[in-house]
Design a protein around this ligand. Structure first.
Ligand code: ZN
Length: 110
């Protein structure tokens, strides 16, 4: 986590912003919309903040991504266990959404 006083998100929790959020925001060139966009770790490793492991999705899609695995085996998704078909499909959808946002960014004035 980074301490970024001028970050809109930082006003919520003592000026701290998660590293993965900063990585994505730097890449897309704008701030994420709080409550509308979240960053998901594709491989489930929340310490892996490489850009290729991060994807921007809606909170709704995010819970859809995690929920099927959560119901079956707790936090299995995070422990790197076998991903279900639903999770894999969710991830590919999330990737598409990510690239959609990425392309969108080019049209934004910044
Ligand atoms: Zn996630």
């Amino acid at each position: 986590m980074c301490r970024c006083v001028d970050h809109p998100r930082a006003k919520q929790k003592g000026y701290y912003v998660f590293e993965h959020i900063l990585v994505v925001e730097k890449h897309i060139g704008r701030y994420l919309k709080i409550g509308k966009e979240v960053v998901h770790h594709i491989n489930g490793n929340i310490k892996d903040n490489r850009l290729k492991n991060l994807v921007v999705i809606t909170p709704r899609k995010h819970s859809q991504l995690h929920y099927p695995e959560y119901r079956k085996n707790g936090f299995g998704f995070f422990k790197g266990q076998k991903k279900s078909v639903e999770t894999k499909q969710g991830i590919s959808k999330a990737k598409k959404e990510y690239w959609r946002l990425w392309r969108l960014k080019k049209k934004l004035p910044k």
